[in-house]
Design a binder for this molecule. Structure first.
Ligand code: NAP
Ligand code: GLV
Length: 314
């Protein structure tokens, strides 16, 4: 059962092997629970909450939950583990797409691209002005990468041409990657205090929820830029709006929000935040790669083989 929708690169592959029920755009919990009964595999995505109730509604035939995303904070992995259900995700195939969007948001926020475009489209541009829309340059700046995994380190790689100083913070050290990219590994507080740009790439879990709160924002350099393409729950959006409003931060670039698709009014009201609609992996290449990986994981598990990219496998 595909809870919502899977691009053809994955759905066609699944259809060669199985009977496939594809739900469409809406994923209302109650309807999902009714549809999932008897399924051997469930394809979820970041908008689909996979909890004990949904797993129980599926029943004992369910062998695998294959998430159409690399982040899996939408899945109760413990509940899957208790029931012996494999969980898979889609790492690597979307790393570059998400890293490129991150660099795009850094530039868009620092160079005030959204504000400039809004001014022009509103018909308020009266011509070249020496002091208009002055921004910050990425080149030569200090960039702090929070979470130096697949996407975080790819961001560091893409930034090499900008001649930045790279700092990173991560749960475990990645010495080869750090030395290859010339990134200095620091505790979070120190990274926040030294960075002109801070970009977030840790997964959302109870430990990282509101990692960037009032206190963390206070530790950041005055006039820094914050970018979040990971999960909205990493940032206290009320505290962020205050820091953007009172000028402690120069700007922010956000692709993700705490309660999607809702975007806090206090952020929508600000000029110095660039807001995109959770589109980090939204390239045809990445989405096709993700869909194919979802299908290959389902095929492997239902054939009794090991999943290709497990989050949990008994
Ligand atoms: P990843 O390779 O697992 O990288 C995550 C990194 O964060 C790892 O290095 C991990 O440390 C580190 N980490 C975990 N918890 C931490 C903590 N409490 N403090 C410090 N570091 C911590 O994952 P990824 O593929 O780069 O993806 C990262 C996230 O991006 C996903 O979880 C997802 O939420 C988000 N994402 C968003 C989009 C989008 O559309 N906007 C697209 C793709 C992904 P270890 O090395 O010790 O594990
Ligand atoms: C998207 O947000 C993902 O985690 O893949």
């Amino acid at each position: 059962m595909i809870a919502r929708y899977l691009p053809q690169a994955g759905s066609a592959l699944l259809a060669q092997h199985f009977e496939v029920d594809e739900g469409g755009a809406e994923a209302v919990a109650e309807a999902l629970r009714a549809r999932v009964a008897g399924a051997a595999a469930l394809v979820s995505d970041p908008t689909v909450r996979v909890d004990g109730a949904l797993l129980d509604a599926a029943g004992g035939l369910l062998k695998v939950v294959a998430n159409f995303a690399v982040g899996y904070d939408n899945i109760d992995v413990d509940a899957c583990q208790e029931r012996g259900i494999v969980v898979t995700n889609t790492p690597d195939v979307l790393t570059n797409a998400t890293a490129e969007l991150t660099v795009g948001l850094m530039l868009a926020a620092a160079r005030r691209l959204g504000e400039g475009e809004r001014l022009l489209r509103a018909g308020n541009w009266t011509g070249w002005e020496p002091g208009q829309l002055l921004g910050r340059e990425l080149s030569g700046s200090v960039v702090g990468i929070v979470g130096f995994g697949r996407i975080g380190s790819r961001v560091g790689e893409l930034l090499r041409g900008f001649d930045v100083t790279l700092l990173c913070t991560s749960r475990s050290s990645h010495p080869e990657e750090e030395s290859r990219l010339g990134a200095e590994r620091l505790p979070l507080d120190e990274l926040l205090a030294r960075s002109d740009f801070v970009t977030l790439h840790v997964p959302l879990d109870p430990e990282t929820h509101h990692l960037i709160d009032d206190a963390a924002l206070d530790r950041m350099k005055h006039g820094a830029v914050l970018v979040n393409t990971s999960r909205g729950g990493l940032v206290d959006s009320t505290a962020l709006a205050r820091a953007l409003e009172d000028g402690r931060l120069f700007a922010a670039g956000l692709d993700v929000y705490d309660h999607e698709p809702d975007v806090p009014d206090e952020l929508l009201a600000l000029e110095n935040v660039v807001l995109t609609p959770h589109m980090g992996s939204a390239t045809s290449r990445a989405r096709d790669g993700m869909a194919e990986l979802v299908a290959r994981n389902v095929i492997a598990v239902l054939a009794g083989r090991a999943p290709l990219t497990p989050v949990y496998a008994p």
